[in-house]
Design a protein around this ligand. Sequence first.
Ligand SMILES: Cc1ncc(COP(=O)(O)O)c(C=O)c1O
Length: 290
Amino acid sequence: MLVYLNGDFLPLEQARVPVLDRGFLFGDGVYEVIPAYGGRPFRLTEHLRRLNHSLGAVRMEAPLENDQWRQIIQRLLDQRMGEDQQIYLQVTRGAYDKRLHAIPEEVHPTVFVMATPLTPRDPALVEQGIAVVTVEDIRWQRCDIKAITLLANILAQQSARDAGAHEAILVRDGLATEGSASNFFLVKKSVILTPPKSNHLLPGITRDLVLELAEKADLPWREREIPVAELREADEVWVTSSTKEVMPVSRLDGQAVANGKPGPMWKKMDALYAEYKAQLQQRLKDSGHE
Ligand SMILES: Cc1ncc(COP(=O)(O)O)c(C=O)c1O
């Protein structure tokens, strides 16, 4: 399997990064995860926009133009022609002689991209819904940046695993913000609700798509702050991400969500999502590119 590292395509086993890389020393970098269906990246424009936002927010120049990213990504995907895959893309601030916090005057970033097979969602979990727990959000104030520094997310995810659950929903000052690696939605009286974008959550590409699909299908939706107590009263809870898509939540902190089964609004949204994916694939196939 070839990966991309700093201008070269080389076998994964040969890809090496110096130990003084600031990504390794400080977690000084940003990343993206982009799904690809039938060998075509999904919502790539949106992912590249978010990447450029993350880079700007941590004061890094974009190391490549969008067209260059596109070419690299397609070349990596073409190794498994037509298969569902996921792109992992990471940019760190690079390696220097000294370990100093301050940003070097001249930056030589480390750019790494790989494509791996996409693990499909577990059909049993999609059918039953997943269990989630709520945990305190101990992260920093710039959760809108997709930073590689993920310790707090790792600890939250592990708290979920320790409780036999699949995801943790983070709570800051009594408000539910997002999942450890997902955004969340709830449904109350047939209205789809999710917190507004802010520095306390990652602007999920899947989240935006869900709202877009809700709008197109005339399903009522609103963005507003969600006190954690409302999650417990919800008719439905979902979590979304590029790899989870729209996952129903059937248990929250050990209690059933409503009747403990994925709800009717989730069924509609999951179907709309699948239809959108299928239509997009068809259009891409017809046009020959994204
Ligand atoms: C903290 C966090 N929030 C939200 C998301 C969902 O983002 P997306 O839908 O772009 O995958 C992720 C994805 O990994 C995440 O790590």
